[in-house]
Design a protein around this ligand. Structure first.
Ligand code: HEC
Length: 261
C-alpha cells in the first residue's frame, strides 16, 4: 500500500517536472511571435451583452462582398440569417444569389442549382488544395468558428483588419507576405482587403476601415456563437435564482433554529 502511494507521488513529481520542462523550453526559432492587440468595445461584451442587429447586417454585407471571395462560412445556413433580422423572403433572395452543388441526379451526376434557405453557405474553393493554389500557397481558413478559434476572438479579428502597416525599416518581407501589427509573427499572406468604401452600406453608415472591421468582427462572432445571447441570459437567470435561493435557505435556517438557541 505504502509502496503504491510512494510510486504515485513519484509519478506526480515526474509529471510536474515534465510540464515544467515543456513550459520552460525555449520556443523554436520559427515559432510565430505572439503579439497583443487592443481590447475593443463590442455590444456583446459583458454579462448583459447582446448583438447589435444593424452591425450584424453590415458585417454580413462586408463578409459577402469582400471576404467571401476567399473565405467560406460553411457552418452557417442561409436560414440562420433570421437572427440578423432578415425575414423569410429576404433570406430566400439571399440564398438565391448563390449556386450550390446538389445531386446526384438520375444520371449519377452532381449538378449546381440556386441556393435555398436550408442550404449552407457554399465555400469559394472546392478544397484546400484549390484554395492554396489560388492564394500563392497560403490557405484562407473557413471563418465560421474563427472568433472562437483565435485568442482574443472578435477583438483579434478587428485588430487584424486594421493592423496593416508598412514593415519596419529593418525588416525585409518574404515575397507574397504583408506586414500586420497584430498577426502573430507579423507576416501574413492575406493582403490588406478593406479600404475606405470597400462596401456601400445598405443603411448608409459611412464605410470606414474601422467601421467595416468592427462590423465584420461582430458578424464573425455571431457565426461562431449564434447562441451567445441565450447563454448570457441563462447565466443571469441562474445567478438570480441562486440569490433568491440563498435568501430562502437563510430564512428557513433561521426558522428551523429559532427555538434551539
Ligand atoms: C484575396 C483573398 C482574401 C480575402 C478577400 C480575405 N482574406 Fe482573409 N485570409 C486570406 C489568406 C490567404 C489567409 C491566410 C493567411 C496566412 O496564414 O498567412 C487569410 C487569413 C485570414 C484570417 C486568419 C488569420 C489567422 O489568425 O490565422 C482571418 C481572421 C481572415 N483572413 C479574415 C478575413 C476577413 C474578415 C476578410 C474580409 C474582410 C478576409 N479575410 C478577406 C485571404 C483572403
Amino acid at each position: 500500500m505504502r509502496a503504491i502511494k510512494h510510486m504515485g507521488r513519484l509519478a506526480a513529481c515526474a509529471v510536474t517536472a515534465a510540464a515544467l520542462t515543456v513550459a520552460a523550453a525555449p520556443a523554436p526559432a520559427s515559432a510565430a511571435e505572439a503579439v497583443s492587440h487592443p481590447d475593443y468595445e463590442f455590444s456583446f461584451d459583458g454579462i448583459f451583452g447582446t448583438f447589435d442587429q444593424a452591425a450584424l447586417q453590415r458585417g454580413f454585407q462586408v463578409y459577402e462582398q469582400v471576404c467571401a471571395a476567399c473565405h467560406g462560412i460553411r457552418l452557417v445556413a442561409f436560414r440562420n440569417l433570421a437572427d440578423l433580422g432578415y425575414d423569410e423572403d429576404e433570406i430566400k433572395a439571399i440564398a438565391a444569389r448563390y449556386q450550390v452543388e446538389d445531386g446526384p441526379n438520375d444520371q449519377g451526376e452532381m449538378f449546381m442549382r440556386e441556393g435555398i434557405p436550408a442550404d449552407r453557405f457554399p465555400s469559394p474553393y472546392r478544397n484546400e488544395q484549390e484554395a492554396r493554389m489560388m492564394n500563392g500557397g497560403a490557405y484562407p481558413p473557413d471563418l465560421s468558428l474563427m472568433a472562437k478559434k483565435r485568442k482574443g476572438g472578435a477583438d483579434y479579428i478587428k485588430a487584424l483588419m486594421v493592423g496593416y502597416t508598412e514593415p519596419p525599416a529593418d525588416v525585409e518581407l518574404t515575397p507574397g507576405m504583408y506586414w500586420n501589427e497584430y498577426f502573430p509573427g507579423h507576416q501574413i499572406a492575406m493582403p490588406q482587403i478593406l479600404y475606405p468604401d470597400s462596401v456601400s452600406y445598405a443603411d448608409g453608415t459611412p464605410a470606414t476601415i474601422e467601421q467595416m472591421s468592427r462590423d465584420v468582427a461582430t458578424f464573425l462572432m455571431w457565426t461562431a456563437e449564434p447562441m451567445l445571447e441565450d447563454r448570457k441570459q441563462m447565466g443571469i437567470k441562474v445567478i438570480l435564482f441562486l440569490l433568491v435561493f440563498t435568501g430562502l435557505m437563510y430564512a428557513v435556517k433561521r426558522k428551523v433554529w429559532a427555538d434551539l438557541h
